[in-house]
Design a protein around this ligand. Structure first.
Ligand SMILES: Nc1ncnc2c1ncn2[C@@H]1O[C@H](COP(=O)(O)OP(=O)(O)OP(=O)(O)O)[C@@H](O)[C@H]1O
Ligand SMILES: [Mg+2]
Length: 257
């Protein structure tokens, strides 16, 4: 039984169809990347998975259980953790307090165990030295790390990452990829939306390209990025040069050995 199943999901905003008749299955331990042009419906798809949005048609199942109409807080407790494209920390609380809330509310832990877990996630995501800084005063990289840390704190079985790598330097990106790799090693499933294609291709086994709310490519990253349909939608976008030059499209295999 897949961990996550979307069955013919359609999401509209008013008259506009944002996600159209989309079906998808993700197994425990899978790492799936999602690329697609701006406005393709990627973040909206995460909304439908996380419970921030309810679809107009179709069904969402998590761990075998229908969750289509289950709200986000409950899905979080069931094991769906997500980051937001625009980070959403509690600005006036410190980094550590933000994590503590996520551990206590998201994972339902209390007392000393919650402090221990928050500390361990701080270290794991490289935020140890920022622990006492108010989240509202963090720079871009630590804000993204905190977003990831908060999602991890809720003890997810499925981690949804929405553009956590944009604007990072190469060494920062390498650190981020390392954290995601370590998360995978724990057996979590990861779905990672990213415009920075090379961050994805070194991490995921499967890549989906979304355009106009539909899946137009699904398979090994190198195969997807070299397909005519995918090249077509990326033509003229910032991802083009990078995706085609640095992706598995120019290498043998998907970059994982
Ligand atoms: N709450 C909303 N109400 C109305 N329209 C929305 C809403 N959220 C998103 N949209 C529209 O839905 C479309 C898909 O948006 P979405 O954010 O899912 O795209 P995306 O693929 O994540 O894009 P990006 O790469 O820019 O993050 C866009 O046209 C957007 O303007
Ligand atoms: Mg988006």
């Amino acid at each position: 039984m897949p961990l996550l199943e979307l069955d013919q999901v359609t999401k509209r905003f008013g008259e506009v169809t944002i996600v159209e008749d989309l079906s998808l299955a993700v197994e425990a331990g899978d790492a799936l990347g999602i690329v697609g042009p701006n406005g393709a419906g990627k973040t909206s798809l995460f909304g439908v998975i996380s419970g921030d949005l309810f679809p107009d048609r179709g069904e969402v199942r998590f761990a075998g259980r229908p969750v289509t109409w289950v709200d986000a807080a409950v899905r979080c407790r069931l094991g769906v953790g997500r980051t937001y494209q625009v980070p959403r920390p509690f600005e006036s609380m410190t980094v550590f307090e933000n994590l503590l809330v996520a551990v206590q509310q998201g994972a339902g832990e209390r007392g000393q165990a919650s402090y221990t877990r928050a500390s361990s996630i701080l270290e794991r995501t490289g935020l140890g030295h920022e622990a006492n800084r108010p989240a509202g005063r963090l720079g871009l990289m630590p804000r993204k790390r905190l977003e990831l840390a908060r999602a991890l704190a809720s003890r997810p079985r499925l981690l949804l990452l929405d553009e956590v790598a944009g604007g990072l330097t190469d060494p920062e990106m390498a650190q981020l990829v390392e954290v995601v790799e370590s998360v995978r090693a724990d057996g979590l499933a990861v779905i990672w939306i990213e415009h920075v294609v090379r961050a994805l291709t070194s991490t995921v086994d499967r890549l989906i390209c979304l355009a106009g709310g539909s899946i137009i490519g699904d398979g090994r990253p190198d195969e997807v990025l070299s397909s005519a349909a995918v090249r077509e939608v990326f033509l003229g976008t910032e991802a083009t040069a990078e995706s085609l030059a640095e992706s598995g499209a120019t290498r043998e295999g998907s970059g994982r050995s």
